[in-house]
Write a protein of this length. Structure first.
Length: 259
């Protein structure tokens, strides 16, 4: 622990597993107080028990970020338990992948309700307190889907493109109030979701090897590597970074083709 996040009271979404869990672990190691939410209550409870920390440093609530009222209530609860929120990490999201003309209205709606509106619900709940306090930091976990397209992943990239646009818009709107708004764009990460994806193939090892082969370094990120980047961006180590997107994908998004 280096106390890089001492004094930070962070509201973190999608914290029960994967990148969210890794971010929670790193934030607590660095001295932050943390209020975590997830729509999966039982899994969140297991995660909180696993994290284990000093009394008063960690609190949680079950909430779906697409529900604005639930998020407002969770933000109020966070203020009571760990103190006024001065940092927000919008990590929660869902994969909605399809061919455009095969995408149902329900898939479209759920994709945008979670991946875009959900992040906005959290920003809207956190911003007034940050502005009143004279500053804060918001980090939206975007994706390389925010600026590149993989066929048949519609409409997920649309929502992630829009999330990056929202990041820039809010950053400019509230910079004078001392609020920084940035994005972090991971590429492939070895989360349970990706492991489940590989396991859906007849030869999971081959499927994983094909994914790794896409990358210049022939590997993909570990959740902890994304989490360490998130700690940097939410900390006071980059006070003039605003409206920026940090890409952590091992160089994948700038690789034109394999040799």
């Amino acid at each position: 622990m280096t106390d890089r996040l001492a004094g930070k009271r962070i509201f973190l979404t999608g914290a029960a597993q994967g990148i969210g869990l890794a971010i929670a672990e790193e934030c607590l190691k660095e001295g932050a107080k943390l209020f975590v939410i997830d729509r999966d209550g039982p899994m969140l409870g297991e995660t909180v028990a696993r994290l284990g920390t000093d009394e008063g440093a960690l609190a949680s609530a079950q909430a779906d970020i697409s529900d604005a009222q639930a998020i407002a209530a969770a933000m109020a609860e966070a203020g009571k338990t760990i103190g006024p929120i001065n940092a927000l990490i919008n990590n929660a999201g869902i994969n909605v992948f399809n061919a455009p003309l095969e995408t149902t209205d329900e898939e479209w709606q759920r994709c945008f309700d979670v991946n875009l509106k959900g992040a906005w619900n959290c920003c809207k709940a956190a911003l007034p307190g940050m502005i009143s306090a004279g500053g804060g930091a918001i980090l939206n976990i975007a994706s390389t889907h925010s600026f590149t397209i993989i066929p048949h992943t519609f409409p997920y990239p649309l929502a992630k493109h829009a999330l990056l646009g929202m990041t820039k818009s809010l950053a400019l709107e509230y910079a004078a109030a001392g609020v920084r708004v940035n994005a972090l764009a991971p590429g492939y990460v070895e989360t349970q979701k990706n492991i489940d994806y590989w396991n859906s193939f007849p030869d999971p090892a081959k499927a994983k090897a094909e994914t790794l082969a896409l990358h210049p370094g022939k590997r993909i990120a570990q959740p902890s590597e994304i989490a360490k980047a998130a700690v940097f961006m939410i900390s006071d180590e980059c006070p003039f970074m605003n409206a920026a997107c940090l890409v952590v994908d091992g160089g994948l998004s700038v690789l034109q083709h394999a040799v």
